[in-house]
Design a protein around this ligand. Structure first.
Ligand SMILES: [Zn+2]
Ligand SMILES: [Zn+2]
Length: 416
């Protein structure tokens, strides 16, 4: 029972720490205990350790630890991919031989597909070009999305790559390149998630979540049937006539008797909610028509709005477009209606002749006063992720004048 309890506690602790590490910085969880815990673990605790080490060894230990941390988190190398692969391979090596003789051909074939899918998708997500911008393809990437004049303004250049920054792109300091429709740099695939591989990444999340749930359910059902041969009244759901303590001790006994099956089943069952959480969050961002990078930008803009530093004014449909810098992305069915800028002093932006837009600047204080140009509704957002160069024009009636369409399709950012 002791080993069982320690095993459960270790897996629960690791799952919780991974959850706090991944989700603690999300704007949606700001002002929640998760964000506080994230700050405590990743800011206050390391600061306290650094201060203590400074006194004890003049900072030698923390300097080498931070070099290791930087290498693991901020350099491009496949350590975490290998770790991810090792967990899957070792778990499957421990799990499959234990259950193979107890399952029928149908379960065998679904299990084989469930096991194979994450490997194939991991390979595709790692190997695909996430949408690195080069001098050869920058024109193509400029055509993909129009500038929204809110988060992305034309005429900006990446200081490192020396190339114009297409709308929705971002320079990745780990890949050391600009990435089209940059979502985030993912250490689990040792690459950025961007326009070229976001679909593989989403499918990889689904496949991993399905694998964990499948393994957890299959393992539990086999464990239950083995336990029932000795304790016929025992069932997965604690029966009324059995005390909870006794139910748990029988389960603990069963896991110890089938330690390989028990440990991997427990691992799968406990990490399932975590992977599903990540999966649902990623699809929620697709639903909102934002990337992880943009959700952070929206959150910063929201702060500026609340502080009274954000302004907007009308952007006419035929606003001056520098052909090379803002092509208007013909495939995109919506045009921006306003230009939104923020200033450092709370005063409206100073006008100069090349400033886009017309009329007076007005203060905006709420997110709903800004439109998210990249949100075309869940299905269109999904098509944009899964179909390269998807032409929305065919879908959204090309004969409707652009000005009408943008009224028709006015969307707002999700508060993510
Ligand atoms: Zn760059
Ligand atoms: Zn990257």
């Amino acid at each position: 029972m002791g080993t069982f309890k320690i095993l459960v506690l270790i897996i629960l602790f690791i799952s919780f720490m991974v959850f706090v590490t991944f989700f603690g910085r999300l704007p949606a969880l700001r002002n929640t205990p998760i964000a506080t815990l994230h700050r405590l673990i990743w800011v206050h605790f390391p600061n306290a350790v650094i201060a203590a080490d400074e006194r004890l060894s003049s900072g030698k230990i923390t300097r080498s630890l931070s070099r290791l941390g930087r290498f693991l988190m901020h350099d491009r190398h496949p350590t975490i991919v290998i770790f991810f692969l090792a967990i899957m391979i070792v778990s499957e090596y421990m799990f499959l031989p234990q259950v193979w003789h107890d399952i029928g051909w149908f379960t065998k074939s679904t299990a084989a597909m469930t096991v194979a899918a994450p490997y194939i998708l991991l390979y595709l997500a790692c190997a695909a070009d996430p949408g690195y911008i080069t001098s050869q393809n920058v024109r193509y990437h400029m055509q993909l999305y129009p500038y929204d004049y809110t988060l992305f303004h034309p005429g900006r250049e990446c200081r490192t790559c020396r190339l114009p920054k297409p709308a929705r792109s971002k320079h990745c300091s780990i890949c050391k390149r600009c990435v089209a429709k940059a979502d985030h740099h993912c250490i689990f695939i040792n690459s950025c998630v961007g326009y070229g591989n976001q679909h593989y990444f989403l499918l990889l999340l689904v496949a991993t979540a399905v694998l964990a749930t499948y393994g957890g359910c299959l393992g539990l059902s086999i464990l239950a049937s083995r336990l029932q041969t000795r304790y016929p009244v025992w069932s997965l759901w604690p029966p009324k006539e059995m005390e909870y303590g006794r139910w748990l001790s029988i389960l603990g006994w069963g896991i110890q008797r089938n330690v390989n099956l028990g440990a991997t089943t427990l691992l799968a069952a406990l990490i399932s909610p975590l992977v599903w959480g990540l999966c649902i969050y990623s699809f929620y961002l697709v639903y909102g028509g934002v990337t992880t990078n943009e959700s952070l930008k929206w959150s910063e803009l929201h702060e500026d709005m609340k502080d009274g530093y954000a302004f907007r004014r009308y952007l006419p449909i035929n606003h001056r477009r520098d052909g090379a810098m803002d092509s208007g992305a013909g495939r995109w069915p919506v045009d921006p209606e306003h230009i939104i800028l923020y200033t450092n002093d709370g005063k409206p932006p100073r006008d100069h002749p090349s400033m886009p837009g017309e009329g007076e600047w007005e203060h905006i204080r709420r997110l709903k006063d800004a439109e998210n140009l990249y949100d075309l509704g869940f299905w269109n957002n999904l098509l944009d992720v899964f179909v390269p160069d998807y032409q929305f024009g065919a879908l959204l009636k090309t004969d409707v004048p652009s000005v009408e369409r943008r009224r028709l399709k006015k969307r707002r950012p999700s508060n993510v």
